[in-house]
Write a protein that binds this ligand. Structure first.
Ligand code: NCD
Ligand code: ZN
Length: 344
């Protein structure tokens, strides 16, 4: 097979940032995807309907002319989230979902939730109105090893949450472990997961053997090979519970190549090519369309996109660095040759 035409896909987990970097990264995503779930971890975070609406306008202003792209906004949950405000944001179409960051779990999560029980009323309300909850699933306890934080989150936080609120629709974001796959497979239809390209390509050796590679560092951090293989099996299984979410997270080159480097991988420019390489290697190209274009909208109860995109088998060299509206950012697969290319 030398070319693949599929229904236009969406990115169900993405960081656009703000200001000049946002203006630089929006075109990469708009070229690849029809819609994207936009993460709210700005400084200050997108915690209210008013901020969500204003951020959406800034994003739309950065979409290149002639391209149809719809940002789907999320509300950043804090200990003080007002249930009425986010319900209003959901009812009026400003917010598509709300995002739970455990406080301190990742980039710009300091205002996140300190104890999920403080959100009981907000989450009950979300379950009532059918508003999806996106979860960064890692505990932040200092005594829990960083490689165990996702598995411990399932046991301490996620499993009890699903029992308390069996109708809440939950997206377990950017899963990185076989434990997460097992949990999602065993949960009801109200639980789904996104999987990033980097967690399908990289294990922790790729980040740490032969020198430390800061551009392979993101959160949740890549795990052992057995976990990467479980994620590849899940993504290509045909299960409707798994869908595409890049977690593309641009950071300036010097912020990554630093004594305390930032977490996040900028994969937006070659996201589809990166995912398709995995489906190709796993002999599952026939399952790519469901993962990229169907499972996500069905879970979110949104219409499937009209229109198609085509990918062709062709050498596609990835630059070492990109000039993103004045900021040097190293893309995922920098310096590598990809075997597929988005046509047009
Ligand atoms: C993200 C970021 O930089 O905003 N970083 C990351 O490593 N994935 C935050 C996140 O999704 O955890
Ligand atoms: Zn993210």
């Amino acid at each position: 097979m030398d070319s693949l035409t599929i229904r236009r896909p969406d990115d169900w987990h993405l960081h656009f940032r703000d200001d000049a970097v946002m203006e630089g990264v929006v075109p990469y995503t708009a070229r690849q995807f029809a819609r994207a779930i936009v993460m709210p971890n700005l400084t200050p975070p997108v915690t209210t309907t008013a901020r969500g609406a204003a951020y959406r306008e800034r994003i739309l202003a950065a979409v290149p002319e002639g391209i149809e792209f719809t940002p789907l906004m999320t509300c950043y949950l804090t200990d003080n989230t007002d249930a009425d405000d986010i319900a209003h944001g959901f009812a009026t179409g400003v917010f598509t979902a709300a995002k739970l960051y455990p406080a301190g779990a990742t980039t710009n999560s300091d205002s996140g939730v300190t104890d999920i029980r403080k959100l009981d009323r907000v989450l009950e309300r979300m379950a009532e109105i059918g508003m999806p909850l996106c979860i960064h699933g890692e505990v932040t306890d200092h005594d829990v090893d960083v490689f165990d934080r996702e598995a411990v989150f399932i046991e301490r936080t996620l499993a009890p949450l699903i029992v308390r609120l069996p109708h809440l629709r939950v997206i377990f974001e950017h899963i990185t472990t076989a434990d997460a796959v097992q949990f999602v497979d065993g949960a009801g239809e109200n639980v789904a997961a996104t999987i990033t390209p980097q967690h399908l390509h990289l294990n922790r050796n790729a980040m740490l053997v032969g020198g430390i590679r800061p551009h392979a560092y993101c959160l949740p951090v890549a795990k052992r090979e057995v976990h990467r293989l479980a994620l590849r099996a899940a993504a290509t299984s045909g299960s409707a519970k798994y869908f595409l979410g890049t977690d593309s997270a641009p950071h300036a080159r010097e912020a990554k190549e630093s004594a305390c480097g930032c977490a996040g991988i900028f994969n937006a420019p070659y996201a589809l090519e990166s995912y398709l390489a995995v489906f190709d290697e796993e002999q599952a190209i026939d399952r790519f369309e469901a993962f990229a274009s169907e499972n996500g909208p069905r879970f979110y109860r949104l219409p499937l996109n009209e229109g198609t995109i085509t990918l062709e088998r062709a050498d596609n060299p990835v630059p070492e660095v990109l000039n993103v509206n004045g900021t040097a950012i190293v893309p995922f697969h920098a310096g590598e040759m990809l075997g597929w290319r988005l046509a047009g």
